[in-house]
Structures are given as structure tokens and as C-alpha cells.
Write a protein that binds this ligand. Sequence first.
Ligand code: S3P
Length: 439
Amino acid sequence: MNSFTINGPGVLRGSISVPGDKSISHRAVILGAIAQGRTKIKGLLESEDVLSTVNALRNMGVKIDHHKDEGMLIEGVGLYGLKDPGQPLNMGNSGTAMRLMAGVLAGQSFPSTLVGDDSLSQRPMGRVVEPLLALGADISVQNSGYPPIQIKPVNQLKGADYVMPVASAQVKSAFLLAALCADGASRVKEPEQTRDHTERMLRGFGHTISKQGDWIRVVGGKELVGAKVMVPGDLSSAAFFIVGAAITVESQIILKNVGVNPTRTGVIEILQKMGASIDCLNQNTICGEPTADLMVNSTPLRGVKIETHQVARAIDEFPILSIAAACARGITTLQGAEELRVKESDRIRSIVSGLNGLGVSVEERPDGYSVTGGEILPGAVNCRSDHRIAMAFAIAGLVVSGSIIIKDTVNVRTSFPGFVELAASMGMQIKEQVGPHRG
Ligand code: S3P
């Protein structure tokens, strides 16, 4: 039950690098493990979520070692080289780890079971079972759609077409990973473009993956070739400091080498529409992923209507965007985001109760929220073990005359190890207390 105490008001200043992108890190480790030959990953996010993926692959016989100078080295075993782990694979708090690994395991010749922590055990897995059944996998979930996931070996997965009912990069990726072991071609179509890191990285590992109109197509049976991967900084982690600098007078920060893949930049577009000053400098493409240094200066923000087509491209940033909304003049509305209810916590609930507790006027909708900008008051927030809720409300502490206490922050390490130290290095008055909060 760790907690954060933030004393405000504050200012952010400095030039920093945020840790590596979580989505790209999971994919780099997975593709490295099932490729043939060696993969070298620089900038890998070594957070608890990514370590769940690393440990699962180690338990299936893959050699993955951290080298001081070279980064993470993986000796790939090929598409069919994983070994029976002989025990359930624990994916901790990570939905990405569980869903992507389900795709990897669907075509293997041994049975497997995927389990997770309390939060992950309450997240829907039927959405990943359906597309894998379409490929001929023998996969099931107990407890009406929730983990554990059970997978049994089948003779051969068969290529198939699948139309996704929910916009989810995790589901799309699980399908594509399983399709690598299927006989023939497979295609998947998504209702809304989601992050495309899997598609980009498959190309980097030598696989041909093509677009046919709205369909994404892969042909199974072809081995991947080990690659060198450089992981850019995580825009979802950078977003906390982008908002922190935007809402505090006289802040100026530079966030170096951040991933700005257009399937992820909804948060930048929404904040710019709110009036934020965010400049993308030194734009580059590294290992197929666009990157930039982001310079942020404080400016007054105004409330906006967030468009539904922006939701999938900003899906992890609505906790921190709600803090920007609370500091903006006018009303900010979000709709079409019911997916937030099945993240690490019910994020609509967590945001609404957190803001209410700090005196902000907010209306809860089934598929979003409506926040009226005003003053954020000192107080306490229970982040319900959700890392992004914890960090979002910590940033709110920058504009408070007094202190904010965030309870239950231990899961921040699932995505952003070093958050407290990095925030403090830019001038934030933040302290972490280990163990239950007293006083
Ligand atoms: C992720 C996809 C998103 C996102 C999650 C990471 C990924 O989830 O919320 O944090 O790496 O594919 P969905 O694809 O389920 O929306």
C-alpha cells in the first residue's frame, strides 16, 4: 500500500528522457523470442509488465539476458521452438502480456495456462478467445470470459479472416501472432485504427505483412529473423509531464526521443486543441517508429469536445487528460470511451471519484466524462491500484495550494519505474512512502 505525497503549487523545468515504450517493449521481446537468431534491444522498458512477458518466455526456454552495454539480448528459438513451461504463466497486472502471449501460445505443441493478479483476473478475455478460435485454436476461459486462459495444442492452425468487434491493438496483435503459425493467409479488420507497433515490427523482423483496403494480411509458416531494435520513449509516460508543464505557469520542459507513431498521438492533438504549446523537434524514424523531442511550455487551456475518432489513439491518456480538463477554462467532454471501464481499473469511475474528491465538478457518463474546469483542492485519492490513475493525480498536485496524497501507488512500477525520481528532478515536490499511509 505505498503512497505519494505531492506538495504544490509547483513548476516543471528541464530536459529529460522518459523510459522506453511499453507496447513496443512487449512486442520486441516476443518477436525476438520467436525469431531465429539473436535480437538486441536497446532502451527496453524493464517495468513489471514487460518483465511478466520476459519471465513467461524464459519459462519456455528462451535465453534473455541484460548486458550492460548492448541492452537486452535474446536468443530466438523460432516459431515452433518454445518449450512446455510445465506451470501456469503469470502475467501479473498486464493485459498486453496476457493477450499477446495467448496469440503466441495458440499455435504451440504444448498446453498452457495464463493467469494474472486480481485486477487482470477481472478483465475481459473473450475478445481474444474469439479470434483465436477462428484460426482453429483450442482456447477457453473460465469464469464467463475472465482469466485464467487455457490453451491446448491442435494439429495446425488454419488461416482465417476476422472482423474485430472492439478496437483493440492487443486483440489485433494476438490474432497476427497466432496467424504466423497458421496454414495460409489470415486477415484482420479493425473497427477503428489502433496502435500498429506489431505490424511495423513484424516488417523489421523480415516478415511481409500487407494492407488490402481495411484488411491487414499475414501469411503463416515463415520464420522471423532476429533484429536490432531501439525502443523510443513512451508517449503514454511522457503525457504526464506534458500535461504537468502545460498546466503550471512558467514551466518549460523538453522530453527527448519520444515515440510519436501517428496511431498514438491523439493526446498531443487533443492538448493542442485545448491550447497547449507542444512542439515536435528533431523528428526522426528509428526501427520503423517515428520519434521526436517534445518541447512543452505552459499556456492557458480551454475545454474541448474530444472526438470519438480520437479515442483509440489516446486510449491510455484519458486519466491525465482529465487533469488537463480540470485546469482548463470551460467544459471538456469525452464519449465513446466505454473501453476505459475495462482497463487496470474502471478508469471512468476512478477519474470521476478522484476529481470529485478534489473538489472538481465532473459528470460520469456510461462511455466517458464531462469535466468543468476550475480549482483543484488539496485532498486524498485512492487510485485503486491503477498506475495511470496514480500518476495522473500526482500531476494534479502541481496546481494545488497544499498537498495531495495518492494511496495504493505500488503498481506505478508496472509501466514507469523511476516516475517519482524523474518528477522530482524536474522540480516537483513529490515523496513516496513505502507501506500504508499514516496520518
Ligand atoms: C496496448 C493496447 C491498448 C492499451 C494498452 C497497451 C498494446 O489496449 O490500452 O495499454 O500494447 O497493444 P487495447 O488494445 O486493449 O485497447
